[in-house]
Unconditional design. Structure first.
Length: 161
């Protein structure tokens, strides 16, 4: 219970405060758009650039940590794809897009604050190591799977002719 109240709850209280601010209309849609633009286009990139430029990646590079994280991410991609294609009867292209959404985690917006609350700012190095590889890995998987799907569709079309 200690971990719940002192580590995770503050992060979700901030999220809840944002939700209530919109629900009660304490902030206008224009204010939220401005705040979102500032956070996503300026503050987060500056945070990442500063943090990744400062850390020595070799000190925090742990192959087993990266493998465990990305095997889990691939599992989420696979489950999302299979559920979308077979259960929800989506086309393969749509199922890949849904799987791609499942592939990305919230290691930046939730992972960093929860890790910092739990272990302090000195423990953020492994998180930044994961984030440094995250976009290239996820885009590689998404683009590769879509291209393989498209190429198999083209081959099938040529065989019909």
């Amino acid at each position: 219970m200690y971990v719940l109240f002192n580590v995770i709850l503050p992060v979700f209280l901030v999220i809840g405060t944002g939700y209530i601010s919109i629900w009660r209309q304490w902030l206008s849609a224009k204010s939220i758009d401005s705040l979102t633009n500032f956070a996503q286009n300026f503050a987060i990139p500056c945070l990442l650039f500063y943090a990744i430029a400062k850390i020595e990646i070799s000190e925090h590079f742990n192959l087993w940590l990266l493998l465990s994280f990305y095997i889990s991410a691939l599992t989420c991609f696979t489950i999302g794809f299979l559920a979308a294609h077979f259960y929800f009867k989506r086309s393969k292209e749509e199922a890949i897009c849904i799987g791609f959404s499942c592939l990305f985690s919230n290691s930046l917006l939730l992972g960093l604050p929860i890790t910092e609350n739990a272990y302090g700012s000195t423990a953020l190095g492994p998180n930044y190591a994961i984030i440094a590889f995250h976009a290239p890995f996820c885009y590689f998987i998404g683009i590769l799977s879509m291209e393989l799907c498209q190429s198999s569709n083209k081959i099938r079309t040529l065989q019909m002719c």
